[in-house]
Ligand binder design. Structure first.
Ligand code: HEC
Length: 143
């Protein structure tokens, strides 16, 4: 018969393993992208200390102006819930943006740069700043 202590020991081990499940720092390729953005953001404004998931969330959900009228928000295509799939204007499925649901997200620098370029231009009519990009990735990595 399994004793209470052995069950508790098993539960403690399971908790230990899962401490790394949702870690923001589990993926070196994503960390490198964040580091590059952080260096860029600091070069522009030495007052920038860290990226903020809160700011990233607000930016992600906001209705912006300056871009194309049918895509005023990141959520116009990606949807309001980062854990759920989105859809392009043409109805093509976009896999979830939340890293917990889609662990390969934001691990290829070229892809990240290409899509920030296109999507910021569609939504804002300009490039996103390094701070905006870092905040968004911080938010989506925490989801
Ligand atoms: C017109 C539709 C559309 C809008 C609006 C849009 N996106 Fe995207 N986004 C896409 C598509 C399509 C992809 C590529 C498919 C994929 O990665 O699943 C993509 C991919 C990305 C990627 C790359 C993901 C990766 O895994 O490297 C980032 C970053 C991104 N979007 C950020 C944003 C941000 C920030 C906004 C708001 C400023 C935004 N997107 C608005 C359609 C859109």
């Amino acid at each position: 018969m399994a004793s209470i202590t052995s069950i508790m020991r098993w539960a403690a081990a399971a908790v230990m393993v899962c401490l790394s499940c949702g870690s923001l720092h589990a993926e070196p390729a994503r960390d490198a992208i964040m580091k590059t953005l952080a260096d860029e953001a600091k070069a522009k404004d030495p007052g920038v200390s860290t990226f903020s998931a809160e700011r990233g969330k607000a930016f992600w959900l906001a209705t912006h102006s300056g871009g194309k009228p049918d895509t005023p928000s990141c959520t116009s295509c990606h949807g309001k819930d980062p854990g759920a799939p989105g859809e392009t204007r043409a109805g093509k499925r976009i896999e979830p943006m939340a890293v917990s649901k889609n662990p390969t997200r934001f691990t290829k620098p070229d892809e990240v740069a290409k899509w920030f370029g296109r999507n910021c231009s569609s939504v804002l009519g300009r490039e996103c700043t390094a701070l905006e990009k870092g905040d968004v990735l911080q938010f989506l990595s925490s989801q």
